[in-house]
Design a binder for this molecule. Structure first.
Ligand code: GRF
Length: 215
């Protein structure tokens, strides 16, 4: 069975969704760079070793990343799963785990990389927004895409209401992406495109998704 370590910074609701999905994956540890992260309690309650590694105790990003990789390597995971991990990882850290780090980002990448995606989606007047699970490469929020989910943007939305709708979608696609990973269904081509082998039958009778909004 493949194994993972999950990195978090806060609430950890994606981490909860991953643990609760009971995937055919060994979750060896959860590590937070913020010692007070709520997700640490929730991981421990679920029986997963929960470790705090305070980035503020390190003078530089590289020093923190070196210690982070030392802690991760003790668990010998196949993959590192970023679930609301709000620190940029150094190029050296990413190079140490090629195609072995996975992230979830709350937008339809390559649109809206970076922070405050729900505010940006509203500012841009987007009608469709969503979330993306992808492999991590040195360029922030740009790695090969594994799965995406779309949600409608309502004219009554605030960043908070839109964020909640996106988060609900995140909780579905992250376990799905990891299920494919766990069962060897993901193939990453040399050009950086992910193909999913033996894709489950998608229930769709339309080729275009149109959100008809009744408000
Ligand atoms: C999620 O929206 C994730 O995509 C973003 O930060 C949020 C973390 O939420 N990077 P949680 O900690 O998983 O509840």
């Amino acid at each position: 069975m493949k194994s993972i370590v999950i990195l978090i910074s806060g609430r950890g609701s994606n981490m909860d969704a991953i643990i609760d999905a009971e995937l055919p994956l060994e979750i060896r540890a959860v590590i937070s760079n913020r010692p007070l992260a709520k997700g640490l309690e929730s991981a421990a309650q679920r029986g997963v070793p929960a470790i705090a590694l305070d980035h503020k105790a390190f003078a530089t990003r590289e020093e923190f990343d070196t210690e982070l990789s030392r802690v991760i390597d003790q668990f010998r995971p196949d993959y590192i799963v970023l679930a609301g991990f709000m620190r940029i990882l150094s190029a050296g850290f990413i190079a140490r785990y090629p195609n072995r780090i996975i992230n979830i980002h709350p937008s339809l990448l390559p649109a809206l990389p970076g922070l405050h995606t729900h505010e940006e989606a509203l500012k841009a007047g987007l009608k469709i927004h969503g979330a993306t699970v992808h492999f991590v490469t040195p360029e922030l929020d740009h790695g090969p895409i594994i799965i995406q989910a779309t949600v409608p943007v309502l004219s009554t939305d605030t960043p908070a209401t839109l964020g909640e709708r996106v988060l609900a979608a995140e909780h579905k696609i992250y376990p799905q992406a990891l299920r494919w990973l766990a069962t060897d269904r993901l193939e990453l081509s040399a050009s950086g495109v992910v193909r999913i082998q033996h894709l489950d039958v998608l229930e769709t009778d339309k080729t275009t998704t149109l959100f008809v909004l009744k408000e």
